[in-house]
Ligand binder design. Structure first.
Ligand code: PLP
Length: 462
């Protein structure tokens, strides 16, 4: 890939950034003294910073988003054409791209029926919670209002989304939280809470039933889970887990909400992560990969049964979903999403994701054989993690500084951008994350592995 020719001198822009931007997730003191990174341009998996240095982006825009890669002119054209025709109309009004994308999406989600548009993953999950709460009021006199969430999962940044968040770094100091959200144990077998058990997946799912029974089944209306946990450590659910979860939800009449904000749109090699496991959700939320970051869009998708709970009748004029998301009326999102989905199909990117994901796992297993710092390798599709430990026997997690040093080394020595799980998650900020765009080739993966190999060697040597 050639360096873009229009890289200018961005000194004054960087100064403005340093003076005025409050960056996401950044610790002020560290940020003041670090080299600022601005991404100016991108093509495929490559991005260029303000100094013109080329990087391989192994995390799809930092946060698992740019599934189809950078510089997609057909998406930009579709958005431009739509915007000059009709950019926005809010409230109850529909749009052509909104209807067309909903039809395309539902075709990929057998059993699902309705699409509610908003703008972010957090918002999509908030809508799901409101569905559960309103159904609780309409059908169960408000009693079945509790929503269970899982330790180490993340569902967004608003106070209620955080109330269902299983990651301490994101949660701490933002309470009091919205009442009625109750945690269930995580399902990472590598760190089993039940020792060495047969059928770990069933054991971990049974822990959900135990919480339901403890809380009272007549108080629990919903359960939200990521199909594969993302920022909490790339946790692939163990064998048997999802079947048992589905049974438990059915048995206790609990609505199953699947958060596909990261896994959705091909990231794990199927359209949606839950489709690996034969699960039949009631509600599915999605955001990041829906338009690969070319426009903001999120969707909360439900079955017709859930939708039918909100069919207002004359006897109860409040029995409809009294919710609006102003920018859910933007047409850029669905226009971009249509083209994004076409690209995923036309370029067979789901198939590529499965193949390249397997290749990446193989290559990481090779690194595990070579570097004692790697305790566990796991993933699904192009969504892969390597958990770092300071002792393989005790599985003591490395300190945050070690994972961060590996990330920094990949960047400095080989211009490869990788990620690590959320910092200061009590003891579990130690998993390297890889989620390149779904167009990744073997040679891209080799380049990532080469960078990680070198970084682990250098970091281990101190
Ligand atoms: N759900 C999951 C699984 C996520 O990883 C995220 C964000 O990283 C969200 C929800 C929240 O999405 P957003 O940042 O768009 O609000």
């Amino acid at each position: 890939m050639n360096k873009p020719t229009n890289i200018n001198d961005y000194t004054s822009v960087v100064e403005a950034d340093k003076a005025h931007i409050w960056h996401h997730l950044s610790q002020h003191k560290k940020f003041e003294t670090s080299d600022p990174l601005m991404i100016i341009e991108g093509k495929g998996l490559r991005v260029w910073n303000q100094a013109g240095r080329e990087h391989l982006d192994a995390v799809s825009g930092g946060v698992w988003t740019v599934n189809v890669g950078y510089g997609r002119e057909t998406i930009a054209d579709a958005v431009r054409d739509q915007l000059v025709k009709m950019n926005f109309f809010g409230g109850t009004t529909g749009s052509i791209p909104g209807a067309n994308f909903a039809e395309m999406l539902i075709a990929k989600m057998p059993g699902m029926s309705r699409v509610y548009y908003s703008n972010s993953g957090s918002e999509a999950n908030e809508k799901a919670y409101k569905f559960v709460r309103q159904i609780a009021h309409q059908k169960y006199g408000g009693k079945k209002h509790k929503i269970l969430y899982r330790e180490r999962d993340y569902h967004g940044t608003t106070i209620t989304a955080l109330s269902s968040g299983g990651q301490d770094e994101r949660r701490d100091l933002y309470g009091p939280y919205t009442p009625g959200f109750v945690p269930v144990p995580h399902c990472l077998e590598y760190r089993s809470q039940w020792g060495d058990v047969d059928d770990y997946g069933i054991r971990a799912a049974n822990a959900i039933e135990e919480v339901i029974l403890r809380e009272g089944a007549d108080t629990v209306g919903g359960l939200i889970l990521e199909p594969v946990t993302a920022g909490g450590g790339v946790i692939v659910p163990p064998q048997g887990y999802w079947d048992r979860v589905q049974e438990i939800c059915k048995k206790y009449d609990v609505l199953l909400i699947i958060d596909e904000v990261v896994c959705g749109m091909g990231r794990t090699g199927t359209w949606f992560g839950y489709q690996h496991y034969g699960v039949k959700p009631d509600i599915v939320t999605m955001a990041k990969g829906v338009a690969s970051g070319y426009a903001a869009i999120s969707c909360t998708v439900t079955t017709e049964e859930v939708f039918n709970e909100f069919k207002s009748d004359a006897a109860d004029p409040l029995n409809y979903f009294r919710d609006i998301s102003t920018f859910g009326g933007c047409t850029a999102g669905p226009a971009a999403a249509i083209e994004n989905m076409r690209i995923l199909e036309d370029e067979n990117l789901l198939e590529n994701t499965t193949k390249m994901g397997e290749y990446m796992l193989e290559r990481l297993e090779e690194l595990k054989a070579k570097h004692v710092l790697i305790g566990d390798v796991r993933g699904k599709g192009l969504f892969v993690g390597a958990e770092l430990v300071s002792d393989r026997d005790t599985k003591e997690p490395v300190p945050e500084s070690v994972a961060q040093a590996v990330v920094a080394d990949c960047m400095k020595e080989n211009a490869v951008i990788i990620g690590a799980t959320n910092r200061s998650l009590k003891g579990f900020n130690n998993t390297l994350c890889f989620s390149p765009a779904l167009i990744a080739t073997k040679s891209d993966i080799d380049e990532i592995i080469h960078a990680v190999d070198g970084a682990l060697t250098r970091v281990a040597a101190g």
